[in-house]
Design a protein around this ligand. Structure first.
Ligand SMILES: NC(=O)CC[C@H](N)C(=O)O
Length: 212
C-alpha cells in the first residue's frame, strides 16, 4: 500500500498510473487487510487520512473508497476531527464507488438504533442499523453466505445488523439467518461482516466493477 501522507514518509500516492486507485479510510481499524486485498486485485491502495488524500496531485480523485471495520464511534470522531466527513459524503453522493464493512457500514447508515454518546454517521445509505446486534466479541463467528453478490466467506465481529431498509432504491443483497447483513444502492455497498479477514474478494471485485 502507498501511504498518501507525507508525514508517513512511504512515498507519493500512486494516482493516474492506469490501474484504479482505491482509497482506504485509514483512521482506525482493518486498513491494511483491505489494502492487501485491493492490491491482490492489481489495483492501487492509498490511505485516506485527510481531505487532500482523496485528490491526487493532478486533481484526479481516487477511483473508489473503502470504509473499513473497526470501532465506528472512534472512526466517526476522527473523521470529523480531520474534516473528512463532508468531503467523503460529497464524493460518495457524487458517484464515488464505495464499500463500507462493519464499522464502515455503520458510518454509511442514515439511522443508528444505539449510537455511542455523540456519535454521528455520514448518512448515505437509507438504512437503520443496530450497532452491536450480534453481541460481544466472544460471540463472533465465521460463515459462508449465499448472497446476491455471490458466495462469500464472512467474518462477523461485534457485527451490526441492518434492522430496516428504508429507501426503495436500496437493495438487500445478503442475509445471515434472518438478519439483513448486506445492501447496495447505486455504487455504494455496505456489509455487516469482514470479507477482508477471510480474504474473500467478492465485494472488492464488485467495487472495482463500478470504476470507470
Ligand atoms: N468489527 C466491527 O467493525 C465492529 C463495529 C462495532 N460494532 C462498532 O460499533 O463500530
Amino acid at each position: 500500500m502507498v501511504i498518501a501522507d507525507s508525514q508517513a514518509g512511504i512515498g507519493a500516492p500512486a494516482f493516474s498510473t492506469g490501474a484504479p486507485t482505491v482509497g482506504v479510510l485509514g483512521l482506525q481499524g482493518g486498513v491494511r487487510e483491505h489494502a492487501d486485498l485491493v492490491e491482490s486485485l492489481d489495483a492501487h491502495a492509498v490511505q485516506i487520512r485527510k481531505p487532500a488524500d482523496l485528490v491526487g496531485p493532478d486533481g484526479a480523485r481516487v477511483d473508489a473508497l473503502i470504509l473499513p471495520g473497526g470501532e465506528s464511534s472512534v472512526i466517526d470522531r476522527l473523521a470529523r476531527m480531520f474534516g473528512l466527513d463532508a468531503p467523503i459524503r460529497e464524493q460518495v453522493e457524487a458517484g464515488l464507488p464505495t464499500l463500507g464493512t462493519c464499522a464502515g457500514l455503520i458510518l454509511l447508515a442514515k439511522r443508528l438504533e444505539n449510537p455511542a454518546p455523540g456519535q454521528q454517521t455520514l448518512g448515505i445509505l437509507d438504512i437503520t442499523v443496530n450497532r452491536n446486534a450480534f453481541g460481544p466479541q466472544v460471540e463472533s463467528a465465521e460463515a459462508t453466505l449465499g448472497t446476491e453478490w455471490g458466495e462469500i466467506r464472512a467474518a462477523f465481529i461485534r457485527a451490526p445488523q441492518i434492522v430496516s431498509v428504508d429507501g426503495a432504491e436500496t437493495r438487500v443483497m445478503a442475509h445471515y439467518g434472518d438478519a439483513i447483513v448486506g445492501v447496495e444502492r447505486g455504487k455504494v455497498l455496505g456489509a455487516s461482516f469482514h470479507p477482508e479477514l477471510t480474504r474473500d474478494t467478492t465485494l472488492h471485485q464488485r467495487l472495482l466493477s463500478f470504476v470507470g
